[in-house]
Design a protein around this ligand. Sequence first.
Ligand SMILES: [Zn+2]
Length: 293
Amino acid sequence: MLYKLYPWLFGAMLCGLTFCGRSDDTTVSGAAALTILYTANINGNIDNCMCGDPPLGGMDHIASYIQGKRQKGAVLYIEGGDALNSYDYPQLNDATRRIYGIIQPDVWAPGDQEFIQGTAYARSLFKEHASAIIAGNWHVKGDTGLPAFKIVQKNGWRIGLASYMEPTLPETRTNRDILFDPQKFDRINREMKSVPLSILIYHGAVDDVKQLINRFSDWDIILLSHYQQQTVFQNGHTLVVCPGSDGEYITEMVLTPHEGRPTPDIQVKQIPVTTDLPADEVIHDIIKTYQPG
Ligand SMILES: [Zn+2]
């Protein structure tokens, strides 16, 4: 990363826009606040490298923040993919995997880097997180069993989540383990029309996601991964966010019911992951074990 931005708020921008044309489902009626936490592009950077300004915190600090939020209220934690390093570093990627085994994302949309240790490793990882994994427009070669989407019901909210991996990326185009299925994504878009809040985890470039929004404009929130820049913007009624790269930020979105309207307020914060956050001791020990030298 060449630069970092200060944390800021992107509050209440979707009221009256997000849910136009959707069903009159009573999702928001009776719903209480829900915190959505999002990480992506960890790239196997589990430790505090003491680099950057402010320095990156590492997975022990990310885990502690997530656990703290879970103890205080309803949380939906989404991992957007490229959690593993982009290189074949078995010990580092095993350590990353062990950490995710502790953090337990509620939803995980794998990226191309989850295949860096081979197909058998990826399959085993996906099996370990079977209740969280979604593969919207693709499947693993020889295995069509991964679900395309999930409908999550939490704290009175009903949320549809799907993923899309961009087939034109150099990393996905050359990966023979990832087979694309455009018709699967067409079906997802039809399914998502029946849910009051839809979230797409998009693995690709920001310019390509704008084209996708032109074709499928119903998505309420798009979470970017593979794209590495910290981002928050609105395109039409779609809120688009990215937590940057290497564990720089945790994206936090707080959904609150808006009285008198079937539309929530959504407040977005980019939480800087620094050593100022408390560290999870178990994960800290895993990181120490795998630190070189
Ligand atoms: Zn990727």
